[in-house]
Design a protein. Structure first.
Length: 99
């Protein structure tokens, strides 16, 4: 997750340090959930959620949306459950992830 965090973190400077840590936690969950997964293109799966999160951060979106962006494929494509997302990150994030 260190490489992805180094890419993402500079875009989060508008957030409070505690919010940045919450994004880092979500990134850790997403990286662990997608470990070893690659897209058909050969690109690591986690690169897409990180790219989406960067785009949202460039528009200074709020914390829950950034976290949901990192986790948006985890429930669909990994063993992470919507209930665990709700338990860790709250109802708003789980609702955003659910769509």
């Amino acid at each position: 997750a260190a490489e992805q965090w180094a890419t993402l973190h500079p875009h989060l400077q508008y957030l409070h340090p505690n919010a940045q840590e919450a994004v880092k936690t979500a990134l850790g969950v997403a990286v662990a959930a997608h470990a070893g997964q690659k897209r058909k293109s050969g690109e690591w799966f986690i690169s897409h959620p990180v790219a989406v999160t960067i785009m949202l951060a460039q528009h200074r979106m709020e914390l829950d949306l950034l976290i949901a962006a990192l986790l948006h494929d985890t429930v669909e494509d990994t063993l992470v459950t919507l209930e665990s997302v709700r338990r860790i990150f709250g109802h708003t994030v789980s609702s955003l992830v659910e769509g």
